[in-house]
Design a protein around this ligand. Structure first.
Ligand SMILES: [Zn+2]
Length: 342
């Protein structure tokens, strides 16, 4: 089969469109003919070997494959060849302390599709059938492949970690990012008042279309001051952080007393100053958020299937042009999701 494979970590030039062996289908596995696969910054980190990500080599990236079942292992009963499926993002052990308490996003033996094991930038993928989710007839493969990471991550941040409530003020950073697009929709679903930031007028207009009540151009304005103006010097109840170094200190300063900062990433860098005084004087909480559990994924998937949450697709590239797709994402040109299609 054809796949985008890299034998060495580093730049885009390492991504090769090449023939690789077909995966072997075990008794509990499903072989999926991939039709679409979502792109994430994690694909770039995996290819570079940056941000502490060290995939085995050679490697095929791609966290979010969607397609049709082409073959089933002898023990699989719940699925049929031809079923349209989304590949869940990770394989977990089901036995460790975290799996036992339903937090399998923290499973000590967790294997992430496209990071620890071969992913979706290929014609086929073989995974345990237990991690598949059905794609409704009315949903395209592209929309399916664009949904799980963004909505699962945003849900875990806002619902499970920050316990968002109706009427609260929420600041969503980088509305054009995958997780930003999802964050706006999840926050609005729970009746929050959303302030979103983005770098261009075009992206701000799209953020408003998604439901943001107020928008801030963070290139032209200091977002912290703009938040204070919008909220009449009150500050926000929740900051949805994934930017890191460049926003961290001001994100904390933008919080109302008893507010929560929830973070799932640090795209611009891992270190930030924390004003400890404001942490205790304002009694704020800093919450870490890592991925999402399989139970959360199933809950979110219902809402995506009902079109309550809607992915935003920026652009689809053919599989052979995955390097160009990663470059496009790296240059931050997109609003919403970039996908590759087969
Ligand atoms: Zn486990």
């Amino acid at each position: 089969m054809k796949a985008i494979v890299f034998h060495k970590r580093g730049g885009l030039e390492n991504l090769k469109y090449a023939d690789v062996p077909m995966p072997q289908v075990g008794a509990r596995d499903a072989l999926i003919k991939i039709r679409a696969c979502g792109l994430n910054h994690l694909d770039i980190f995996t290819r570079e070997g940056s941000h502490g990500v060290h995939a085995p080599l050679p490697h095929i990236g791609g966290l979010e494959p969607a397609g049709e079942i082409a073959e089933l292992g002898s023990d699989v009963r719940d699925w049929r060849v031809g079923d349209r499926v989304l590949v869940g993002s990770a394989i977990t052990c089901g036995a460790c302390e975290f799996c036992a308490r339903g937090s399998d996003n923290l499973c000590t033996r967790r294997k992430v599709i496209g990071v620890n094991i071969p992913g979706g930038f290929a014609e086929y993928i073989c995974v345990p059938a237990s991690i598949l989710l059905p794609i409704p007839d009315a949903m395209s493969f592209v929309d399916a492949a664009a949904s799980p990471t963004a909505f699962g991550t945003a849900w875990h941040m806002l619902v499970s970690r920050a316990a968002i409530a109706g009427g609260e003020w929420v600041l969503i950073h980088a509305a054009g990012s995958n997780v930003g697009v999802a964050g706006i929709q999840v926050a609005k679903h729970f009746g929050a008042r959303v302030i979103a930031t983005a770098s261009t007028a075009e992206k701000l207009a799209k953020a408003k279309e998604l439901g943001a009540d107020f928008v801030i151009n963070y290139v032209e304005n200091n977002f912290q001051h703009a938040v204070m103006q919008i909220t009449d010097n009150r500050g926000v109840d929740v900051v949805f952080e994934h930017v890191g170094t460049t926003t961290w200190e001001r994100s904390i300063a933008a919080l109302h007393p008893t507010g929560r900062l929830v973070t799932c990433g640090s795209t611009t860098g891992r270190w930030g100053n924390t004003d400890i005084w404001s942490v205790f004087f304002k009694q704020i909480s800093i919450l870490g958020s890592f991925a999402f559990s399989s139970a959360e994924m199933r809950a979110v998937w219902q809402l995506v299937a009902q079109k309550i949450f809607n992915p935003v697709i920026d652009r689809a590239f053919p599989l052979a042009e995955t390097a160009a797709a990663q470059k496009y994402l790296q240059d931050r040109k997109q609003f919403g999701k970039v996908v590759v299609v087969n």
